[in-house]
Design a protein around this ligand. Structure first.
Ligand code: CTP
Ligand code: MG
Length: 397
């Protein structure tokens, strides 16, 4: 509960965290709801403290002052009790401003993943008589409605979605808050209140990450962002991984062909340790290669007699399991075979569905081509397959 010495800071950040989180309905005031083992408030404070050095004022619900101080850990914050509207909470924060502060940023704790650079960009643009908000262009097509009726289109080029932190020169913001209190008017945000008192407001570019956690869906989105960015930290940023697999099998003298997870009555079988399904086998190698988990021989070769004669889909299902156990999800698979037969196009959808189901639903695209009579596929001696797979790291619990 200590402030930085006043001469050190010209900027203050008021973090409003006194709301109840009615729409989130998570059983605790919103800022105190866990995101990933840590609370929304702790994540919000991470962003604030990684930004420009500033006096940090934390506005919390009555009775939660000590808990808020604990969550701030050893970081210097002044904790004050908020009011029953956001505007009152900000007003309570303004009372705690340190001497020497001339720029005030007001920030929603609920925008827990706001990038630190957004604070600096807003603070830098504040000037005498000028407030600044971060905002994003609106991407949806907008309509004016009345009840169930759509009345008119709205030109989105004229609109922007406001975020926080919103920055203002201290003296003008205090005057604007005094005027709003005197008139008893509630504004939707600090920029509207500041403008009502005659201040100019400009905007700088906000960011997708600065979205406000309002509904359970927003909370889930924040959790997803955190879990994907915390995976495999030693490997740096999470990037998808690509793998390639090939397989070649000769046609046998008889039997029934098994290819791409389907039976092909009237077509000769492919030779092989298992069912000879070269399409499935190439996919297995592509997936294992993408995840850096070896190859088909390692997991399903002759050292594993339990797979002798097994169908390709069994290999695929086990491969999906091996990847999941190692922390990888399958993005998609694309596979092509070269051969004169079977004639494939009529059964493409059936094959893609079968292979995709074996992989637990990941999309699989299959295509076929001839080789203009060239090489062993062109002479009808066998089939050559190439598969490419994309996988990505997932959170392991
Ligand atoms: N806030 C506050 N004091 C209030 C109301 C809101 O400090 N009396 C803060 C919230 O904690 C939040 C920010 O203002 O960080 C934006 O408000 P909102 O997203 O509406 O949060 P809640 O009011 O908590 O949520 P709800 O409206 O769903 O109850
Ligand atoms: Mg609210």
């Amino acid at each position: 509960m200590t402030d930085l010495p006043a001469p050190l800071v010209r900027t203050a950040v008021i973090v409003v965290a006194a709301g109840s989180g009615t729409r989130l309905a998570a059983g605790a005031p919103k800022a105190f709801v866990p995101l990933d083992g840590r609370t929304i408030l702790e994540h919000a404070l991470d962003g604030v403290f990684a930004a420009t050095p500033a006096q940090v004022i934390l506005v919390v619900p009555a009775g939660l002052e000590a808990e808020a101080t604990d969550l701030a850990a050893d970081r210097p914050v002044r904790v004050v009790v908020g009011g029953d509207t956001r505007q009152r909470s900000v007003a309570a924060g303004l009372v705690a401003l340190a001497e020497g502060v001339d720029t005030v940023l007001v920030h929603d704790a609920a925008r827990a993943l706001t990038p630190p650079a957004q604070f600096a960009a807003v603070a830098a643009a504040v000037g005498p008589g000028v407030g600044v908000i971060p905002a994003l262009p609106v991407v949806d097509t907008l309509k004016r409605v009345h009840g169930e009726d759509v009345i008119a289109p709205v030109d989105r080029a004229e609109l922007a979605a406001a975020q926080t932190p919103q920055g203002f020169p201290r003296a003008e913001l205090l005057a604007a808050y005094a005027q709003a209190a005197e008139q008893g008017v509630e504004y939707t945000d600090d920029a509207a209140l500041f403008a009502a008192a005659g201040g100019a407001v400009r905007h700088v570019l906000g960011s997708e990450e600065a979205f406000k956690i309002t509904t359970p869906h927003d909370l889930e989105r924040a959790r997803m962002i955190l879990s994907s960015s915390s995976q495999h930290p030693a490997e740096g940023p999470v990037v998808p991984r690509v793998g390639i697999g090939t397989d070649v099998h000769a046609f046998a003298a008889g039997g029934t062909l098994r290819l791409a997870g389907l039976d092909w009555p009237g077509e000769p079988a492919l030779e092989g340790h298992s069912d000879g399904d070269a399409v499935a086998h190439a996919i297995v190698d592509a997936l294992l290669g993408a995840a850096g988990l070896g190859d088909i021989g390692l997991h399903f070769g002759t050292a594993h007699p339990e797979y002798a004669g097994a169908h390709g889909e069994v290999f695929l299902a086990r491969t999906a399991e091996i990847l999941a156990e190692a922390g990888f999800a399958i993005g998609n698979v694309s596979v092509q075979f070269q051969g004169n037969r079977p004639r494939f196009s009529a059964r493409r959808t059936e094959a893609e569905r079968t292979l995709s189901a074996a992989l637990g639903g990941a999309p699989v695209a299959v295509s076929a081509t001839t080789t203009d009579g060239l090489g062993f596929p062109g002479r009808g001696e066998g089939i050559a397959v190439t598969a490419v797979a994309l996988v990505h790291p997932i959170a392991l619990s």
